[in-house]
Write a protein that binds this ligand. Structure first.
Ligand code: GLY
Length: 393
């Protein structure tokens, strides 16, 4: 049996009480029931067998099959991140010990220059670890990772290259998700005092600010650049419904990305972009009442389209921070609504599911019919981060 510390009980109650009306005993939002479900789910992460080459990414609730990926996958760092976040939420040392083990398995990625996903992989594991303990080795790993990531920067384009696949049709693709990798660069400058990383992050964010956004402040998924002129050649999608649609998680990465840009630089242009895209998202006519978006705001099958809880958790986490910068109550209300919706039996996986995940109903890659309406590791990561950010307010 896992022991939950008194700080866990306090935090859990505080979060749940603010998410539910007093005496709310309606099915799905009963406070005690949700609290015990969360305890059960958190324990599943802790009990999950250590595997240095198989990081849990998603699962089929129907079959119970867990989709495990190697460290090179963009999602590999989230599982360690979830354990660090659970340590921060509960104070239970067992989570920290487990987080240290899973984090170590990511280290070899610091030399992997074939991907832009360094921030997701290394910052969500080693970066979260560094937040918990001032570990010199973690700092060295972050610095080496930033050095490796910087090899993908093209000065003519003014951005970090995202993907290497499809290179016959995409000369230099940059995806909006790439904004999340900039946190690693800012931290590398903090660690080393070398402003190269900071300047690269600013340049990438400025190029993206100029070329990724539409007039309604939604974002394209992929902008393909010409490396001779440095100008955009095409604006397309890879994971959205179509090139002109608004893929929900893409909007979330933009909101989170420009909020973090403001955190590090205090440049008002970034704050304005984060607010504009947040307003697009939270005021969208196709956003359901519970705040959990459909996977793409423009899927013609809405309301019979799958939801994406991960887009909700990324946005909620970002909006707790954006509320801190702007004091705009609309952001706080949305983020609180998302946590209230997710803290229910509708979204938390039941005890009959054995996998190391917390939330159901995320959509990974709809065009490839992959990870549709499933538990996915990064939805849990941003859910836990949002829960901590709410507590910190
Ligand atoms: N970064 C890839 C995704 O959001 O699916």
């Amino acid at each position: 049996m896992i022991k939950f510390s008194s700080s866990y009980v306090f935090i859990g109650l505080a979060v749940l009480l603010s998410a539910c009306k007093p005496n709310d005993k309606t099915k799905g939002t009963d406070t005690a029931r949700v609290s015990s479900l969360l305890e059960f789910r958190y324990a599943k992460l802790l009990e999950y067998p250590i595997d240095s080459v198989g990081f849990p990414r998603s699962m089929s609730v129907k079959t119970g099959a867990i989709n495990k990926v190697p460290s090179k996958d963009w999602t590999s760092g989230f599982f360690a991140g979830n354990l660090w976040l659970l340590y921060q939420l509960t104070g239970n040392e067992a989570y920290k010990q487990r987080a240290q083990k899973w984090t170590a398995f990511i280290e070899k990625e610091k030399y992997n220059g074939k991907t832009h996903d360094m921030g997701f992989k290394v910052f969500c594991s080693f970066g979260k670890g560094l937040e918990v303990e001032g570990n010199q080795h973690y700092k060295a790993v972050i610095l080496q990772s930033a050095q490796t990531l910087s090899t993908r920067f093209n000065a003519k384009v003014g951005a970090i290259r995202s993907w290497d696949f499809n290179s016959d049709i995409w000369e230099f693709p940059v995806i909006i998700d790439n904004m999340l990798n900039l946190e690693l660069l800012f931290e590398a400058t903090k660690i080393s005092g070398d402003s190269t990383y900071y300047n690269m992050a600013v340049k990438h964010a400025n190029t993206t600010l100029k070329n990724h956004f539409r007039s309604d402040h939604s974002t394209y998924h992929v902008v393909v650049y010409d490396t001779i002129t440095g100008l955009p050649k095409s604006k397309v999608t890879h994971q959205g419904f179509n090139d002109q649609s608004s893929w929900a998680r893409g909007q979330s990465w933009a909101i989170y990305g420009y909020t973090l840009m403001y955190r590090y630089t205090k440049d008002k242009a970034y704050l304005a972009q984060a607010e504009a895209t947040a307003n697009f998202f939270i005021n969208h006519k196709n956003l359901p009442d519970d705040g959990i978006p459909y996977w793409d705001f423009n899927d013609p099958k809405i309301p019979n389209a799958p939801r994406d809880a991960s887009a909700a958790t990324v946005t909620a986490s970002a909006l707790f921070e954006l509320y801190g910068f702007t004091k705009n109550k609309a952001y706080l209300n949305y983020a609180n609504k998302v946590l209230a919706s997710l803290n229910s039996e509708k979204y938390i996986l039941p005890e009959t599911v054995q996998g190391p995940f917390i939330l159901d109903h995320s959509t990974g890659n709809w065009p490839k019919n992959d990870e549709i309406d499933e538990p996915i590791v990064y939805a849990d990561y941003y859910f836990l981060e949002a829960t901590l950010r709410k507590k910190a307010l």
